[in-house]
Write a protein that binds this ligand. Structure first.
Ligand SMILES: *Cc1c(COP(=O)(O)O)cnc(C)c1O
Length: 415
């Protein structure tokens, strides 16, 4: 079923999907047939083979001792989490709702961890009952964890999430360094460790997460090195040996013209050094990376159908049945400072040359924010054509305001 791999039109980056007879192929099927199988548009399709290949490539590139966790915030679709639970070494959740999905998906509680500011007491109790690792990020979490452990007669497994004393350079979203709501400031960690010890919680390690969507390998290498050295300093204050050291992730994927895929070679070299030093300094520690977007982002597409074509004062608008209510990120309203187009194509006209004039792809919402592609070179289109937004496997459906304006919910499939 494998169609010959072909490069996409110049406005779209290389993607993992092939083209055959002018049509995009998802999981070895022509897009139009997949759309018929789904039965309606818009939909997200995630390619399970592409996800498996991504994990395998990453494992091949990194030192074998590095454990990979999936941060399911990036895409919590239950079938996809189930697929990944069998491919990676653990799942990182950020709410009790995500925890439920992870456990349903068959994730081993021993290798599930829970991070996030403002965990509710009920969520902490659920985590203790499930036997997962809680990344403590506030002094306040200690008492409810100790109470849950006493009431249930099971240990409260904890790691400390550290807000480091450095920032991740060139990150799309910084989540560590300076004042942050995430984690406990490095300088307060010795005090926190003392309280964890007094409360009788089962200390297992440290968690550091510096930021997200980074395409600069040197910045990631530097953040991992500094995280490791900080963890080594803090380990001197720990009440028990470090068994888990989660160095975060933040591996980015290219979305926009000019962006290049992350170079894993220097990252692998830096991690090899860390693994070797950890074998001496933290001999019981498993070194973990937690990745969301990098594992699933490129394996997903968002597909919607052109329902109208309007020309306004010479500019063509391709109006679709999908938009920002399903895909806030592609509309540019999820953390982008300057709006840029995601890679977009007409999935049933992949061989057609761009029309003379660029066109804009918009959704059905009555707001000027509902833009999928702004003035993009696209082939001449017809009503019924399928618009495809690439790089849509992460921060799509679950990160979008689906109730806004009362349109139908989006369908998600794992193909
Ligand atoms: C969001 C988040 C991740 C995942 O980030 P990606 O950029 O999707 O890889 C990992 N860890 C923590 C703590 C997060 O908050």
């Amino acid at each position: 079923m494998n169609a010959p791999a072909r490069s996409l039109p110049t406005h779209a980056p290389q993607t993992v999907f092939a083209i055959a007879d002018g049509e995009l192929q998802i999981a070895g099927q022509p897009l139009s047939r997949l759309a018929a199988r789904v039965g309606r548009t818009p939909f997200y399709a995630y390619d399970r083979g592409a996800i498996a290949r991504r994990v395998a490539e990453l494992r091949a590139a990194l030192p074998p001792a590095i454990e990979l966790h999936y941060a399911m915030k990036a895409n919590p679709m239950p079938a996809l989490v189930g697929h990944l639970a069998r491919l990676v070494d653990g799942i990182d959740v950020a709410s009790a709702g995500e925890l439920q999905v992870a456990l349903d998906a068959g994730a081993d509680p021993q290798h599930v961890s829970f991070a996030g500011p403002g965990k509710r007491d009920t969520e902490l109790r659920q985590a203790v009952a499930a036997g997962i690792l809680v990344n403590v990020e506030s002094f306040r979490e200690i008492a409810p964890l100790a109470e849950a452990a006493a009431a249930l007669g099971v240990p409260a497994r904890v790691a400390v999430r550290v807000n480091p004393d450095f920032e991740l350079k060139s990150s799309g979203m910084k989540m560590g360094g300076g004042p942050k709501p995430f984690g406990v400031d490095a300088e307060q960690v010795p005090g926190l460790l003392a309280e964890i010890s007094r409360a009788g919680l089962a200390f297992e390690g440290f968690h550091l997460f510096a930021g997200s969507q980074n395409l600069k390998a040197e910045a990631i290498v530097e953040a991992q090195r500094k995280s490791f050295e900080l963890a080594l300093r803090l380990a001197a204050h720990a009440p028990a040996p470090v068994r888990t050291l989660n160095l975060g992730g933040g591996f980015g994927i290219p979305y926009f013209p000019g962006e290049q895929a992350l170079d894993l070679t220097p990252i692998a070299a830096g991690l090899a050094d860390i693994v070797a030093e950890a074998a001496q300094a933290l001999p019981e520690a498993r070194i973990v990376l937690e990745l969301g977007r990098y594992l699933v982002g490129e394996a997903g597409v968002y597909v919607c159908r052109i329902t109208d074509i309007k020309v306004s004062r010479g500019h063509t608008y391709l109006v679709t049945d999908g938009g920002l209510h399903h895909h806030l990120s592609a509309s540019g309203n999820f953390g982008q400072v300057i709006r840029k187009n995601y890679p977009v194509a007409i999935g049933n006209r992949m061989d057609a040359p761009p029309a003379g004039e660029p066109a804009s792809v918009v959704g059905p919402l009555c707001t000027p924010l509902d833009v999928i592609a702004d003035r993009m070179p696209l082939p001449a289109a017809q009503i019924g054509d399928l618009i495809v937004v690439f790089q849509s496997g992460a921060y799509g459906a679950s990160a979008s305001p689906q109730a806004f304006l009362g349109h139908p919910q989006v369908v998600e499939i794992l193909a």
